[in-house]
Design a protein around this ligand. Structure first.
Ligand code: FES
Ligand code: FES
Length: 273
């Protein structure tokens, strides 16, 4: 039997690659170089891996599978019943034991304020509060939350009255596209609790105090797990600082007046109405 590896000039195949080619005689005469074949195989493998991940995620969250995302349904395993409070409402969920809090919130309770950015603990977009402490919901198994209290961005306001951190974010323009904002605000609310308890951070100068006054450097350090791709950081720091210190600082933006809008339209060549 003849294999490409024996008929072509030596190339830098690893032992695993060479073994794989020996296992697949149908490659003989395919017309691809071994390297091209290996690259394509790798790409195909990644595609399959991604499809499997999508299928698994959809199945775990009990969503309809996207067409072509999977060939076989994945059954929920180790189903557990979890009772927890979410935004003050008692919930009982039956979940595959692998389901993370973020998916339970978004797919089972329709609380889509918490965002799935990286899904691996890197961006902070999924931050929520568990018993008042901030956690990354994409890294928190829902099954571990029996009897716990979860607060998401949807649970911070009291009716029409915004949480002080929410109001400060609006006042200080602490967002642009808004994608990271639910996580930023939940993280900031958790951070204010940490300061009240006197939790120290990497930049705390005096660790003997029982409460922490948040300098801008403290806020930047403690919010560093929340990424904002729009770069709204100056507004975020100002908002957290105002919510923490209670010192009112001037709003740096305002809605345009009718006269200003009319003048802008004129400058743009549009007639005023
Ligand atoms: S989605 Fe959880 S940290 Fe990015
Ligand atoms: S406001 Fe756009 S990512 Fe933060």
């Amino acid at each position: 039997m003849k294999y490409p590896i024996e008929t072509e000039p030596p190339v830098d195949l690893s032992a695993d690659e060479a073994a794989l080619l020996r296992e697949m005689p149908e490659l003989d005469g395919v017309g691809q170089s071994r390297r091209t074949f290996m690259i394509n195989s790798a790409a195909g493998g990644v595609g399959l891996f991604a499809a499997n991940l999508l299928a698994q995620e959809a199945a775990l969250a009990q969503m309809p599978l996207a067409k072509g995302a999977a060939t076989a349904p994945i059954k929920a395993q180790n189903v557990v019943r979890v009772g927890l409070q979410v935004n003050g409402v008692q919930q009982t969920l039956e979940l595959d034991s692998r389901v993370v809090l973020l998916d339970a919130l978004r797919e089972r309770l329709a609380l889509t304020g918490s965002k799935k950015g990286c899904d691996q603990g890197q961006c902070g977009a999924c931050t929520v509060l568990v018993d008042g402490q901030r956690v990354l919901s994409c890294l928190t198994l829902a099954a571990t939350l029996e009897g716990r209290e979860v607060t998401t961005i949807e649970g911070l306001a009291r009716g029409d009255q915004l949480h002080p951190v929410q109001a400060a974010f609006i006042k200080h323009d602490g967002f642009q596209c808004g994608y990271c904002t639910p996580g930023q605000i939940c993280s900031a609310v958790g951070l204010l609790g940490e300061a009240r308890r006197g939790d120290v951070s990497h930049v705390t100068a005096d660790v003997s105090k029982t409460t922490t006054r948040l300098t801008d450097d403290e806020i930047k350090e403690r919010m560093s797990g929340n990424i904002c791709r729009c770069g709204a950081y100056p507004g975020i720091v100002a908002a957290v600082q105002e919510a923490h210190s209670g010192r009112q600082t001037a709003q740096t933006w305002g809605f345009a007046t009718d006269t200003q809008l009319a003048s802008l339209r004129k400058e743009d060549g549009h007639e005023t109405v």
